[in-house]
Write a protein that binds this ligand. Structure first.
Ligand SMILES: C[S@@+](CC[C@H](N)C(=O)[O-])C[C@H]1O[C@@H](n2cnc3c(N)ncnc32)[C@H](O)[C@@H]1O
Length: 307
């Protein structure tokens, strides 16, 4: 598995999903299949619906999961669409996992255009059948949209100046490769950007190109509704924006009353939909980060639907 993607916080995922009997799980981000394999190895009679929006990931997972093929069904969609699956609707889920972001394979394959390595053609689509790629985004987005993405998704203090620099440069030469975005960033920062600077900006563009937060915001409540009573939702985020969306959703679902404070009496659902099982996010151990540096920013949260 290490070649394609090393699964993160695998023991913790298993501990919370605790697969047993004939349970049915959703892996909404199957990637290289590492977490699905761990679930199926832990429970010889469980089944998994393995979802990924990336056709290459589905192909890889099919190969990696060949030994347990009879207990996995693959679906190439976004995870927010998975709750429409007929078996999910009929049976409900005993548990679901979302391990967000990109796989090591997506980052390492220059042809996918995610990396800020020298000379990489800008792309960043998780599903190459989709129309919007990083090149089109940088060449065509309105300046205000660029500001929003660099500021909100990239936490870039000089977001306005960077957006202006992109707009100025693309008037004479369209953005095609990673180097051009790095060059624009260098001018704005007035120094060679660090690895972290580049990572933040490239990540921001990736989040925008794939509408990642929109998928998460739609997916969380849809998957919650697909859980059986007592079913568990495990989500691993890799940056604070994603984690904030998850934290707020879990908090809101765990409150018994969500009426505005000025109302004299409760007129809402009046009961919690479930409970958050992780007061604080779980982080990987130092040993895991040493073994797999890409685990370092992982934040795992768990919520359980009321029985
Ligand atoms: C961190 S990797 C998952 C790795 C996987 N858990 C494993 O063990 O190999 C994230 C995967 O989620 C997919 N992905 C990201 N956002 C998605 C979405 N909204 N819907 C479906 N798949 C998504 C990516 O294409 C990528 O393959």
């Amino acid at each position: 598995m290490i070649g394609y993607h090393e699964p993160v916080l695998s023991d913790e995922v298993l501990e919370y999903l605790s697969p047993e009997g004939d349970q049915f799980f959703l892996d909404g981000t199957v990637g290289g299949g590492g977490h699905t394999r761990a679930i199926l190895d832990a429970c010889a009679t469980c089944r998994v619906l393995a979802v990924d929006r990336d056709p290459q990931a589905i192909a890889e997972a099919k190969e990696a999961l060949a030994p347990v093929r009879d207990r996995v069904r693959f679906l190439q969609v976004r995870f927010d669409e998975a709750p429409h699956d007929i078996e999910v609707k009929d049976q409900g889920l005993d548990g679901a996992l979302l391990d967000l972001g990109v796989s090591s394979h997506q980052l390492d394959d220059d042809d996918r255009g995610f990396a800020f390595r020298h000379g990489v053609a800008l792309d960043m689509r998780m599903n190459e059948a989709e129309a919007l790629d990083a090149r089109i985004f940088l060449n065509e987005a309105e300046e205000d949209e660029l500001v929003r993405v660099f500021r909100d998704y990239g936490e870039e203090p000089k977001a306005r100046r960077l957006a202006r620099e992109v707009v100025k440069r693309r008037a004479t030469e369209s953005f095609e490769t990673s180097d051009q975005l790095v060059a624009a960033l260098s001018v704005v920062l007035n120094r060679p950007p660090s690895q972290q600077d580049k990572a933040r900006i490239f990540q921001a563009v990736r989040i925008a190109v794939n509408a990642e937060l929109e998928s998460l915001e739609r997916g969380l409540p849809a998957i919650r509704e697909a859980l059986k009573g007592g079913g568990v939702l495990v989500v691993i985020a890799y940056h604070s924006l994603e984690d904030r969306v998850i934290k707020h959703a879990f908090r809101e679902w765990s409150r018994s009353c969500v009426c505005p404070p000025e109302l004299p009496m409760c007129v809402c659902r009046g009961k919690a939909l479930g409970e958050t099982l992780t007061r604080k996010p779980i982080r990987p151990s130092a040993a895991e980060v040493e073994r797999n540096p890409r685990a370092r920013s992982a934040l795992l949260r768990v919520w359980r639907r009321v029985a």
